[in-house]
Design a protein around this ligand. Sequence first.
Ligand code: ADE
Length: 246
Amino acid sequence: MRLDIVTIFPEYLEPLNVSLVGKARARGLLDVRVHDLRRWTHDRHNTVDDTPYGGGPGMVMKPEPWGEALDEIIASGEGDPVLVVPTPSGRPFDQATAVELAEKPWLVFTPARYEGIDRRVIDEYGERLQVRELSIGDYVLAGGEAPVLVMVEAVARLLPGVLGNAESHRDDSFAPGAMADLLEGPVYTKPPLWRGRDVPEVLLSGHHGRIARWRRDEAFRRTARYRPDLIERCDPAALDADDRKL
Ligand code: ADE
């Protein structure tokens, strides 16, 4: 998979050299290219922003550098990328979106600073490409770079060969399947006794049916506590079917 990221803070994307994503790049599973938007400016001050039409606070990113950057990047590859525009006014980015994006061969991210990018840029490329305007949550960050880090990691770990254990995202919170729509419950490792605290006895029992049932109950408890909205979305028939498997 190829990822292009256009930003005025290329150094903000340095974490993409580390850990899971860094390893995936080193192994050739991910081709990540970070571009400095100011490369496509032509004035002495490398200006990327200007005051908003209609007035109001803050600055808006000018369309010309984005247009030149995106034209050049799009022309540099085969086929069309999907354009991912991080914005607090986008659709919520969730696990289903990550799964969908992980199936695409090429994503171009346009993290903005200030009050965002001149709307005409998104409209222009929306006529030629698939464009996803995505928010990582109901809060406002100073720019789209941190959301890009979030989305790239969520997507990269779904790519074949990236996770050490191919099974390890099967039971994730939000993963489709048996525990769909439930949060993951607690996990434990050795030693069995730490500062007077035991590991729940069932986990040491070796009884797979009882362990699966316990995990499901814990997932329910946690979800009811922190995300009751998710319980309401559960399909009772799917839960009953799960129950019969336990
Ligand atoms: N840019 C600023 N805040 C954001 C958010 N919550 N999601 C995506 N992009 C953003």
